[in-house]
Design a protein. Structure first.
Length: 343
């Protein structure tokens, strides 16, 4: 059994940052994208009635601390134990509500102050990028240095964080090490955390010995709920994956069927083209037959005309009584019997 409790739990996180203003100020200044003259100096926690309502599911997976500073800037700090795609929209909704709730009748819009939503996510959701720190705000599409100050959404993927020794973000590194390295298995905190006054104070707060039996039961119950929630989400994710695979398989079959249909259509078109080609050839053949028949008829007509002329010649020669039938047959080529029958 370790010396400390995990600071990411509902009970511990709120004890540290929801009850010790100095520590939440340090956390905000370390994690928020603030310039030197914008640093948080003092805070007041939101009254209970202003805290965003949680669904039964969110109560198990979301830990939050809300406050505002002496400049009336609003801060929503959340620890998200599991990730869903709707989480970013819910963060945007709550930040927008906090921004709108500043407005009162007759007030100047100029007096509206920015809202910062700092969200620690104990899961990886940006799998296509290496960075653990993600800052969203309103910027010009082309000139990104032109900003509309109002809503600032920060997401920190804790599993991606790897400790680095760079002085300009020393407190950010220390706080993230505190959140990622301290848990029930920790026997001794790293020296770098113990040496820092604020982080050391947070370590003292999460010492197991500082919690009574009732608080320990609440702490264990929180992790039981988180475990149940994660199991449920994993089952949902697995079902979604299976459904996606089935849908993909069905889509592939549909594409295969579509390809076969297109292939069949192509074959039908090819057959239709061949039929049309055959029909064209038949028509061409019919035209040639008709042409041949016409030529044959013309030839027959000419032959008959020539025969009639020969008969007329034979008739004329016969009527002159100067040639024998054999002589007329030799000249005209007509049979002797046909010449004899001529009148």
């Amino acid at each position: 059994m370790g010396k400390y409790l995990d600071p990411k739990a509902d009970l511990t996180f709120k004890k540290i940052f929801g009850m010790h203003k100095r520590l939440v100020i340090s956390l905000l200044n370390a994690l928020l994208p603030l310039k030197a003259d914008e640093r948080v100096e003092s805070v007041e926690y939101w009254p209970p009635e202003k805290i965003p309502e949680r669904t039964e599911v969110e109560k198990y997976s979301i830990v939050d601390v809300c406050c505002k500073d002496n400049h009336q800037r609003e801060f929503i700090v959340e620890m998200q134990m599991s990730w869903t795609e709707s989480f970013k929209k819910r963060v945007l909704l709550n930040a927008s509500k906090a921004y709108v709730e500043q407005s009162t009748k007759g007030m100047s819009y100029k007096s509206l102050q920015p809202v910062y939503a700092l969200n620690f996510v104990n899961a990886v959701f940006q799998k296509d990028v290496e960075d653990y720190y993600h800052y969203y705000h309103l910027v010009h599409d082309k000139y990104t240095y032109k900003v509309i100050d109002g809503l600032h959404l920060i997401f920190v993927e804790l599993p991606k964080f790897k400790p680095q020794n760079f002085s300009e973000q020393k407190m950010q590194v220390l706080w993230l090490r505190f959140l990622t390295e301290i848990n029930e298995k920790t026997q001794e905190a790293p020296a770098e955390l113990l040496e820092n006054e604020e982080v050391n104070e947070a370590l003292e707060i999460v010492e197991r010995a500082a919690f009574n039996d009732e608080e320990m039961r609440a702490y264990d119950k929180f992790w039981d709920r988180v475990s149940t929630q994660r199991t449920w989400e994993e089952e949902i994710a697995e079902r979604a994956k299976e459904a996606e695979e089935r849908a993909k398989e069905a889509e592939e079959k549909a594409k295969e069927s579509e390809a076969k249909v297109k292939e069949s259509e192509a074959k039908v078109k090819e057959s239709e083209a061949k039929v049309k080609e055959s029909e064209a050839k038949v028509k061409e053949s019919e035209a040639k037959v008709k042409e041949s028949e016409a030529k044959a008829e013309e030839s027959e007509a000419k032959a008959e005309e020539a025969r009639l002329k020969l008969l007329q010649t034979a008739r004329n020669l016969k009527s002159m009584n100067i040639m024998t039938t054999e002589q007329i047959a030799a000249i005209t080529g007509l049979p002797n019997k046909e010449i004899e029958n001529l009148c």
